[in-house]
Design a protein around this ligand. Structure first.
Ligand SMILES: C[S@@+](CC[C@H](N)C(=O)[O-])C[C@H]1O[C@@H](n2cnc3c(N)ncnc32)[C@H](O)[C@@H]1O
Length: 244
């Protein structure tokens, strides 16, 4: 169903995410959110929601009026609203959207329980990441969490120092991903009295981070690991041997 609708899109264009595996990758976002404490009445903002790959599932799960999406690429957002989402779901769930380019969550006038940015910090500049963290402090409710994904920098993938978004967007057709130094992210969080925790790693290395206010300890799970303990141990040993 969702996959079939994604498959029907004009393949000569790029929609910000792969069409192959569209349905599964979107559903996985909902699973991670559920494991991070998403409830039907959670107020959620999906930063860079694109064509609603994850938004589709999140909108279905949430109560009416609880989903908020920010996407700067107006055509992508329209494809999500008109092609990916069913008209009846759009009407019943009343998701709200905005196309501002500053990740400005204040436009909705809501104190959010969940900030969500999947495959966004893998393109965003440090300045944009800091702005999202500042907006989290300003526009989130007590006990809120910020769930995001990142590609950690290492000796093969240097820390991104650019000042602009890297990848396709409302102003670029050039695809690409960047890496950020996890220690820098940790510092940016600590400077704002936020706590950051790694909660899982996908096969492509994309790492899930869960961020919350220092005093909040309401997390459902301490850690959600996508890999088995032995595989993680082997990876850690390999990393240590490499850096020795
Ligand atoms: C890699 S896609 C991820 C989309 C979605 N989160 C998902 O996982 O399917 C990144 C999205 O961020 C959007 N984007 C780029 N710059 C943005 C900005 N300044 N504000 C909001 N969204 C932006 C892009 O247009 C693109 O749709």
């Amino acid at each position: 169903m969702v996959q079939r609708r994604a498959d029907s899109l004009d393949r000569s264009k790029f929609y910000g995410v792969p069409i192959a595996g569209f349905e599964e990758a979107g559903r996985q976002q909902l699973i991670f959110l559920l494991m991070s404490g998403l409830e039907p009445n959670s107020k959620l903002v999906d930063l860079g929601c694109g064509v609603l790959r994850g938004g589709y599932w999140i909108i279905h799960f949430l109560d009416p009026g609880c989903y908020h999406g920010i996407e700067s690429h107006e055509q992508r957002l329209e494809i999500g609203r008109r092609t990916i989402l069913e008209p009846s779901t759009l009407e019943a769930k009343r998701p709200r959207f905005d196309t501002n380019t500053n990740f400005d969550t204040g436009v909705f006038g809501v104190q959010f329980d969940i900030f969500f940015a999947y495959s966004i910090w893998t393109h965003a500049s440090k300045h944009q990441i800091e702005r999202m963290l500042d907006n989290f402090l300003r526009d989130s409710a007590p006990g809120a969490v910020f769930l995001t994904s990142i590609l950690p920098a290492d000796w093969r993938n240097p820390d991104y120092q650019g000042t602009r978004w890297f990848g396709t967007s409302h102003e670029s057709d050039v695809a690409g991903c960047i890496h950020h130094d996890l220690q820098w992210v940790g510092r940016a969080c600590r400077d704002r009295n936020l706590r950051m925790r790694k909660v899982g790693i996908e096969r492509d290395g994309q790492t899930w981070l869960l961020i919350c206010r220092d005093q909040d300890r309401n997390l459902l799970f301490r850690t959600i690991w996508a890999e088995s303990r032995w595989r993680r141990l082997a990876q850690r040993l390999r990393r240590r041997l490499r850096s020795a």
